[in-house]
Design a protein. Structure first.
Length: 739
């Protein structure tokens, strides 16, 4: 707009500078001369003080036709400042006519003054004001809004404050504004600045002409289409590998190839992005034809193709995460809990160590597949889910655990010897007559437990099953027995030998039980009716033994032995008396040694006397007035144990064969063959030699028993088994038959 106004007034500017009538401002002549399209400014003819700024304003007004006024609202001495400041310019300055106003603004800006246009068109007035912060309101309120494409016209207008908005096509407004403020900045004093308009994707710029023009040029340079690498798409057909499995593997490998700073966000499991190219790497499985769909940077694509070529190969023995381990010696049900607990604890400890290491390094650890263990009792197997490396570790552990444990043959001998002795001698007297009428009669009787009666006067009878000697006098008229004498003595000797044997695996418990049951009757009343029940009480031997094989063929035995026996018969509703003896011990024994592990010796003596006071204490004849009972019970219990370690099945077969032989001798060979049809007793083999003649000419026959020369069952130390055919039978002939 100002340019058009200036061109319209160009003919008037050809005249030399002059002084308007009535204006007291004196403008030197010949300072500005017209030369066609140019003005020539020459201050050389002026004195050393030069041209004042107010005179320079007057010259610009005359030669441009613009109207100028002074801003004296904030400073009353603006006129004086313009008169006091001199425009010094060494040498002539040749200026195009259309650029003179721009040159004028440059010189005024140098001396701290700017031009603020108020109004437009014919009403336009240029206000000369100082570039002070107090004048910012005047300057900014009258600033010109210029389209971005017209801003270059004001590049030489340092005294004109401008606003403009530069739309952005590619750059981010916030980022570009921040970068420009850092690069070229803005002058706080002249209010030059950048403001991003994020919603409009534009940049708002304010400042004087040169600053705004420079900023717009910089924005145009920076706001251009980035030279991005175009993503590449490939559909990769797989021949051997599974697309779904390989896709996961490739994502991990590509992330490692790109480095930790270019990895994909964790929210997208199959996507990797590089901040340099802004191209995401996407790998997706296409199960319909077992292919991979890949989009990536061309450089990354080449790496992916190389990886696929190496991974998509035929596997002769495909690896699986599902495994079966068949146990040979251990029970799957017993081993499952121990293995599962061990694996769980190991994984928890590994996770804890990994989390600690990841926290120190700042990297996230990729979760690993957990080990799962399940049992299959029908096949005594463990079903395991584990990766190849974890399975190798677990299989090594199972191989070491699933080994045949040595067995222990435990032969025990339980010897119990008891001796019971009792003696009972007693006398009872009875002289009781039943009175008649009102008469009174005296009575006397004794009772020491030989006879019994419910009331006085009843018949007192001894027990018909009483042991020993019982004699007295019967009197039918009175009580029947005036006196009775009973004497009994008993002795019981018992010798019990129990030889239980049991075969137990190492660290396993074995139990041997031998019990007898005795019935007895009990009664109970229910709703007035009395019923009887039969109950049983048991007594016998219970042996629990657990062997543990230690070094140097020593065994640690944990033994719990309980021996109980009946003492008498059941009485009425009461079970028979029972004696119980218990041994519980832990011992260390050498292999094959017989040890006495425990014993109980008990000696019970009882003396009981009852009778008439004083009379029963008389020596020699005191026994006639009472009862004397003596008992003596002696019990001796011994327990012997012989453990033998069996490390191979040949030893067990020999022991079983010996047991069958003993059983055959007891119950017969036919019954043993019911459990082993091929079993046969070993008998000596008779070898009949050729006939020969003795000294008297009679024929003789040599008979050789080879039963003592059988092949050894176990090889001797450092030796080999003896071949029976290698034995020279001639060495075993009788003396008369050897040649």
């Amino acid at each position: 707009m100002l340019l058009n106004l200036f061109l319209g007034l160009a003919p008037l500017l050809l005249c030399p500078a002059f002084q308007e009538p009535g204006d007291d401002l004196q403008v030197p002549e010949n300072v500005l001369q017209s030369d066609g399209e140019y003005f020539t400014l020459d201050l050389s003819e002026l004195d050393e003080g030069g041209l004042t700024l107010r005179q320079f304003i007057k010259i610009c007004q005359i030669n441009t036709g613009l109207n100028f006024t002074l801003d004296e609202s904030n400073s009353a001495n603006v006129r004086q400042k313009l008169d006091s400041k001199r425009l010094l310019l060494y040498g002539q300055k040749r200026i195009k006519r259309e650029d003179f106003y721009s040159f004028f603004q440059i010189m005024m800006k140098i001396h701290g003054f700017v031009c603020v246009q108020q109004g437009s068109g014919d009403l336009a007035v240029i206000v000369i004001t100082e570039q002070l912060s107090s004048n910012n309101t005047l300057i900014k309120s009258n600033a010109l809004f210029i389209n971005a494409e017209d801003v270059p016209q004001f590049a030489d207008h340092p005294g004109t404050f401008l606003y403009t908005v530069v739309p952005l096509k590619y750059a981010e407004a916030q980022d570009l504004g921040t970068n420009l403020r850092t690069a070229i900045g803005g002058n706080v004093g002249d209010n030059s600045s950048f403001m991003p308009l994020n919603q409009e994707q534009a940049l708002f710029i304010q400042g004087y002409g040169p600053f705004v023009a420079a900023a717009v040029r910089m924005v145009k340079i920076l706001d251009k289409k980035p030279d991005l690498v175009q993503p590449e798409f490939r559909k990769i057909r797989l021949r051997e590998a599974s697309a779904e499995e390989l896709a996961d593997i490739l994502v991990e490998l590509v992330e490692n190839l790109q480095g930790p700073d270019t990895r994909a966000p964790s929210s997208n499991r199959r996507t990797g992005a590089s901040p340099t190219t802004r191209i995401e790497t996407n790998i997706a499985a296409y199960p319909q034809d077992n292919s991979l769909l890949v989009t990536a940077d061309p450089e990354i694509m080449n790496r992916i193709l190389d990886l696929v070529a190496q991974l998509d190969t035929k596997v002769e023995e495909p690896q699986s995460n599902y495994h079966v381990y068949v146990l040979q010696y251990l029970s799957a049900a017993e081993l499952k809990d121990a293995i599962s607990d061990f694996v769980q604890r190991s994984e928890e400890e590994a996770d804890r160590a990994s989390r600690s290491a990841s926290g120190n390094s700042g990297r996230t650890r990729t979760p690993e597949q957990k080990i799962v263990v399940q049992i299959h009792e029908e096949t005594n197997s463990l079903l395991v889910t584990a990766t190849r490396s974890k399975w190798a570790e677990l299989r090594t552990l199972l191989d070491r655990l699933d080994r045949r444990q040595p067995q222990v043959l435990i032969e025990t001998a339980l010897i119990e010897v008891s001796n019971d002795f009792s003696k009972d001698i007693g006398i009872e007297y009875a002289n009781v007559e039943t009175p008649t009428g009102n008469t009174q009669k005296g009575f006397v009787f004794t009772s020491v437990g030989i006879t019994s009666a419910d009331t006085i006067g009843d018949q007192r009878l001894p027990s018909p099953t009483a042991a020993g000697l019982t004699f007295g006098i019967f009197d039918g008229a009175d009580l029947g027995i005036p006196f009775i004498i009973q004497a009994a003595q008993s002795r019981s000797d018992t010798n019990i030998l129990s030889v239980p044997s049991i075969l137990v695996s190492n660290n396993k418990q074995g139990t041997v039980t031998s019990e007898d049951e005795i019935p007895f009757q009990t009664s109970n009343a229910v709703q007035g009716a009395v019923g009887t029940n039969v109950e049983y009480t048991t007594a016998g031997i219970t042996l629990n033994i657990t062997p543990s094989i230690s070094a140097q063929k020593y065994l640690r035995l944990e033994i719990a032995l309980e021996v109980s026996s009946f003492r008498g018969e059941a009485t009425g509703a009461l079970p028979p008396a029972k004696a119980t003896r218990t041994i519980h011990t832990k011992v260390d024994l050498p292999d094959g040694a017989t040890m006495w592990l425990g014993g109980i010796i008990r000696d019970d003596k009882t003396d009981s006397e009852s009778g008439i006071p004083y009379l029963s204490d008389i020596p020699l004849i005191g026994g006639l007035f009472g009862r004397n009972t003596k008992s003596n019970v002696k019990t001796t219990l011994f327990f012997f144990c012989t453990p033998t370690i069996l490390e191979d099945f040949e030893e067990l077969a020999d022991i079983s064969k010996g047991g069958k032989s003993r059983a055959a001798a007891t119950i017969g060979l036919d019954r043993v063959r019911m459990i082993d049809r091929d079993f046969d007793l070993e008998s000596p083999v008779d070898v009949i030699l050729e006939s020969s003649q003795a000294e008297d000419g009679a024929p003789t026959t040599g008979v050789l028993n080879l039963s003592g020369f059988a092949v050894p069952r176990y090889p001797s130390s450092g030796g080999d088994d003896v071949d029976p055919e290698a034995v020279d039978a001639n060495r075993m002939l009788p003396q008369q038959d050897q040649q």
